[in-house]
Design a protein around this ligand. Structure first.
Ligand code: DAH
Length: 345
């Protein structure tokens, strides 16, 4: 390099050495970027050299310019190379540091279990649906008409007192039984018909081992030609045998409900733990009162039917041997856990 401007070439050599040394010391991408700025940046030393070219004579300039450019390209090339190496290193580090062991077993989240009341409702509705019954639900906030009047409870009839009702407005109440749905269903379906209606009911009862202000019933209704107590008895026997086993015996006792005539209380014969037998009252039933059919514009001369209503909590207590109805709503996981794995789910 014989030239009129040895200082520039000396400076160039100096910068090259220094840059290459700095580069070799850059341990990560940040340090590398600092090197880049120091040499190639707008205020970098190579930029400064380029600027100083202006002070050279026209003769000197091309050679010096070429040398500065060469240095620029060399440093740039080295930075790129080093960048690729550092990037590869960083990726390798991340891959080992952030490695996820997908062979570890997952952490099990505790899953809920079906509530015994839901289990029974599912079971009962599927028994009846196999017998061709429709499954229907209706409102829980009801008018006096559907809860009582259309079901043949006259306004001051003492039968109303059997149901301590929650009134929520002038003419609105929380339904005291699922029988209200009989009326809604018959208003919207022509006979012959058969339907079961599961749902919540409310009565202003004090809480004790056998009473809650909120409980569930499944209502059943069938309307056809020449329906008799024999049809009713067969149906209930078939249903209760399906639920409690083929050995199950039932009996019908005369009773009273305004919406059925005749009316019956249905008992189930059960073996107690000490081997004795006892009759347990399970549900109410009867032949649909002609006045109920009339309220739904169904001619009682042509059509007849039976109806029944079963309390689900009561059924659950007998079925699962639960001695206090409150256990069903305590939400004690140890109690509920016993129903894991039951039902269709
Ligand atoms: N609704 C009655 C109650 O809650 C139960 C009942 C009895 C329903 C006889 C019926 C029936 O459909 O025929 O006490």
């Amino acid at each position: 390099m014989t030239t009129a401007n040895p200082t520039l070439f000396d400076r160039l050599e100096e910068i090259r050495k220094e840059a290459l040394q700095n580069l070799s010391q850059a341990a990560d991408l940040r340090a590398l970027d600092e090197v880049r700025v120091r040499y190639l940046g707008r205020k970098g030393s190579i930029k400064a050299l380029q600027k100083s070219l202006g002070t050279l004579t026209a003769e000197e300039r091309p050679k010096a310019g070429a040398a500065v450019n060469e240095l620029h390209n060399e440093v740039e090339g080295e930075i790129d190379k080093k960048k690729k190496i550092l990037e590869k290193e960083a990726l390798g580090r991340r891959l080992t540091e952030e490695r996820l062991d997908i062979t570890l077993p997952g952490r099990a989240e505790p899953a809920g279990v079906p509530h015994p009341i839901s289990l029974l409702i599912d079971e009962i509705t599927s028994i009846f649906s196999r017998m061709g019954y429709d499954i229907y639900t209706h409102r829980e906030i009801e008018t006096d008409y559907y809860n009582f009047e259309a079901l043949n409870f006259p306004p001051d009839h003492p039968a109303r007192d059997m149901q301590d009702t929650f009134f929520v407005g002038e003419d609105l109440l929380l339904r005291s039984h699922t029988s209200n749905a009989q009326i809604h269903y018959m208003e919207n379906h022509k006979p012959p018909l058969r339907v079961v209606v599961p749902g919540r009911c409310y009565r202003c009862d004090a809480v004790d081992a056998t009473h809650l202000p909120l409980f569930h019933q499944v209502e059943g209704l069938l309307v056809g030609k020449n329906i008799s107590m024999a049809h009713l008895k067969w149906t209930l026997e078939t249903f209760l045998k399906d639920l409690f086993g083929a050995e199950t015996k039932i009996r019908l006792r005369p009773s009273f409900f305004p919406f059925t005539e005749p009316s019956a209380e249905v008992d189930l014969l059960r073996k107690t733990k000490d081997g004795k037998e006892e009759w347990l009252e399970m549900l109410g039933a009867g032949l649909v009162d002609p006045n109920v059919l009339l309220a739904c514009n169904i001619d009682p001369e042509e059509w007849s039917g039976f109806a029944f209503g079963v309390g689900i909590e009561r059924l659950a207590m007998v079925r699962y041997g639960i001695t206090d109805i409150r256990m069903l709503y305590d939400n004690d996981v140890r109690f509920l856990e016993q129903f894991r794995g039951q039902g269709a789910t």
